[in-house]
Design a binder for this molecule. Structure first.
Ligand SMILES: NC(=O)c1ccc[n+]([C@@H]2O[C@H](COP(=O)([O-])OP(=O)(O)OC[C@H]3O[C@@H](n4cnc5c(N)ncnc54)[C@H](OP(=O)(O)O)[C@@H]3O)[C@@H](O)[C@H]2O)c1
Length: 302
């Protein structure tokens, strides 16, 4: 149910979880449509692992919709800190859905391509549909999948899972900003060339989430930038666009690496391209190639 303001205008009251350093959280705040009003959570970051606090905030504000943009996203750290990853990405989803149910709020939960794993290794590949079998290969992926399952089991009737991948933004920390820094500091870098996905500007993701919230969509949706790339391709594009926008002065050498040449604590999917055409048709949003989105983000950054 939507609320009415003093001018008699109808608006949807929305609670967004996450901190001001969060990529998606910041883009959602920046792009909030006029028909939505965001609940003021106060100056402190509101901890979604605190069940009582979640319940109190939701009961006091009675939002029409809750967007869960908060997550434990430190993929490598999660391998050694399983408890924290599951507390935020799984258990807290339970607190949010219980609170949402008490006020009949729509719950939009953001998830990840890392719920997929090795299924495509060495086989025929095609973009992953929302109902493709999941097989996470990291603690982070497992914790995010557990959160999804909790939602499907207990609040499927009024919740939406939006899976996305390879997110970057001018806010927070991400691959684009790390590459720009390294490209200023070094003459040569190595970047993994055998993991394939779709880079996604958090701005485009935020638009998709606003559209889906407006429609009160349910189920699982996939959203990424259009097109695919390896991390190596992505890094190369960052360099070219960085030079074009004046963020970088000189090109450097980028060497393609195999995954086994750059070991990390957490395993990553070798192929996690998400099929997004159904979502785009549903939300009536155009396909924007990831490279065009990258150019727009870098122009803004410059
Ligand atoms: N980044 C990616 O490449 C990527 C890829 C696929 C899917 N996703 C998903 O997309 C969503 C948004 O990710 P993002 O890129 O915006 O992540 P992000 O930049 O790391 O932001 C996550 C936010 O969650 C906050 N947070 C962590 N624990 C919290 C807690 N207990 N209570 C409240 N807030 C908490 C963090 O605050 P603190 O920093 O203060 O802890 C941070 O502001 C997540 O669901 C993520 O799993 C991201």
């Amino acid at each position: 149910m939507s609320a009415v303001d003093r001018t008699g205008c109808c608006y949807v009251k929305i609670l967004i979880t996450g901190g001001s350093n969060g990529q998606l959280y910041s883009e959602l705040l920046r792009t909030c449509p006029a028909e939505f009003t965001v609940v003021d959570k106060g100056p402190e970051r509101f901890d979604i692992t605190d069940a009582k606090a979640v319940n109190a905030l939701v009961s006091a504000n009675r939002p029409d919709c809750i967007i869960n943009a908060a997550a434990y996203t430190a993929v490598d750290k999660a391998e050694e800190d399983q408890r924290s990853a599951f507390a935020v990405n799984d258990e807290a989803v339970g607190y949010l859905l219980e609170a949402a149910a008490t006020v009949e709020a729509h719950l939009v939960h953001i998830s990840t391509d890392f719920v997929f794993g090795s299924a495509h290794k060495g086989g025929l590949i095609s973009p992953l549909l929302p109902d493709a079998p999941t097989d996470p290969v990291s603690v982070y992926g497992k914790s995010k999948l557990a959160g999804e399952q909790r939602l499907i089991e207990h609040y499927a009737q009024d919740s939406l899972i939006v899976r996305t991948a390879w997110v970057y933004s001018s806010f927070g920390n991400n691959f684009v900003k790390t590459m720009l820094r390294l490209m200023k500091e070094r003459d040569e870098i190595g970047v993994i060339a055998d993991q394939i996905g779709s880079p996604t500007w958090a701005r485009g993701l935020a638009s998709a989430i606003w559209s889906a919230s407006n429609k009160r969509s349910t189920g699982i949706m996939h959203w990424t930038g259009a097109g695919i790339a390896s991390w190596y391709d992505f890094a190369h594009a960052i360099m070219e666009e960085g030079l074009a926008t004046g963020l970088l002065d000189e090109p450097i050498r980028i060497n393609p690496l195999r995954t086994d040449q750059y070991p990390t604590p957490a395993a990553r999917p070798s192929y996690s391209v998400l099929e997004t055409s159904v979502t785009r048709a549903d939300l009536e949003l155009p396909a924007i190639h990831w490279r065009d989105e990258l150019r727009n983000m870098l122009r803004e950054l410059s």
